[in-house]
Design a protein around this ligand. Structure first.
Ligand code: ATP
Length: 295
């Protein structure tokens, strides 16, 4: 079953057009939604999660009309928002038990089995009786996933889940998401390119409310292969390079400024070929668009 988003648009009352004619087909598995701050990722996520209205367009998941059958959507949806508040004094066991009860798991025995399996799956069993307020960032995110999984959802939305997690927690969280993505649609919204290349078979890049690229990360990367060139420059030279060629990104490496340039041919002998990666695709798509806005 696929999630079909067609011509979705949204303008807030302050005039900001957060979504412009967004059309995407999202199959089962992990789908990455990548974009800079303010791109419209959360606006899209909140719309899919029935938390806000779109102005126009349609979204369907099989028979379900996501924009209009709100109660149906909530039965099949698991949502981990960007800001996930927890009740600090309640234990994860009691909280999951409570949420399961609210979501309609009325049998006590069934609830016990469900809560125990979720705590095991998210690796929180050993801290099940500790209050949520004492959890680390990673534990809180895993608890967020545990609550999102209640009700056996077919669509799971996670909004920037790894911000603030240390590397070990991030890996653990990724493994958990991949496992879930084996038989569900999981939409992962992030501005961390590496998260997408590590996890997702399908993705879209969104910028200023528009989908600017979509497809398989490896295929998208293939399209810039052989066209990325790099060079170490002095920081003061950056502006002149930017005015003369398409500088897609600037990195500081061991005190040096390294630029990546997109060009069909080697810009000059001082540049060397750089192996293309998803970050190059991302910057190639967003840099010129963002410059137009900030100019
Ligand atoms: N409730 C709102 N009212 C007015 N403008 C809003 C509202 N929510 C978001 N925006 C604006 O809409 C645009 C898209 O915001 P959104 O939060 O969807 O982006 P995002 O890609 O999730 O960004 P971030 O990564 O920073 O969370 C931004 O310009 C933002 O300022």
């Amino acid at each position: 079953m696929e999630l079909e988003i067609k011509n979705l648009s949204k303008t807030y009352s302050n005039g900001v057009q957060a979504l412009k004619d967004v059309t995407l087909t999202i199959p089962q598995g992990m789908f990455g939604l990548l974009g800079p701050n303010g791109a419209g990722k959360s606006s899209l996520m909140r719309t899919l999660a029935t938390l806000q209205q779109a102005d126009s367009g349609s979204v369907t998941l099989g028979e379900i009309d996501i924009l209009n059958d709100k109660s149906e959507v909530r039965k099949i949806l698991g949502y981990l928002p960007q800001e996930f508040g927890v009740y600090p004094k309640v234990s994860s066991y009691n909280m999951l038990n409570h949420i399961a009860s609210l979501k309609g798991v009325s049998s006590k025995g069934e609830r016990k089995d469900l809560v125990e399996s979720l705590l095991t799956k998210t690796n929180l069993w050993h801290v099940r009786n500790k209050s949520l307020g004492t959890y680390s960032g990673g534990m809180k995110q895993r608890f967020g996933i545990a609550q999102a999984l209640i009700g056996d959802p077919r669509l799971i939305i996670v909004d920037e889940p790894t911000a603030g997690l240390d590397p070990a927690e991030r890996v653990r969280f990724h493994n958990l998401l991949s496992e879930i993505g084996e038989n569900t649609i999981v939409i992962l919204s992030t501005h961390i390119v590496e998260d997408i290349s590590n996890l997702c078979n399908n993705m879209a890049i969104i910028c200023l409310g528009e989908v600017v690229a979509k497809g398989n990360p490896a295929v998208l990367t293939e399209a810039v292969k052989g066209r990325v060139w790099k060079k170490a420059i002095e920081k003061v030279e950056l502006e002149s390079y930017q005015s003369g060629m398409q500088v897609i990104s600037t990195h500081l490496k061991a005190g040096q400024t390294i630029i990546h340039v997109l060009s069909d041919d080697k810009p000059d002998a001082s540049f060397e070929a750089s192996p293309a990666n998803l970050e190059d695709v991302y910057f190639a798509e967003i840099t010129s668009r963002m410059e137009t806005v900030s100019a």
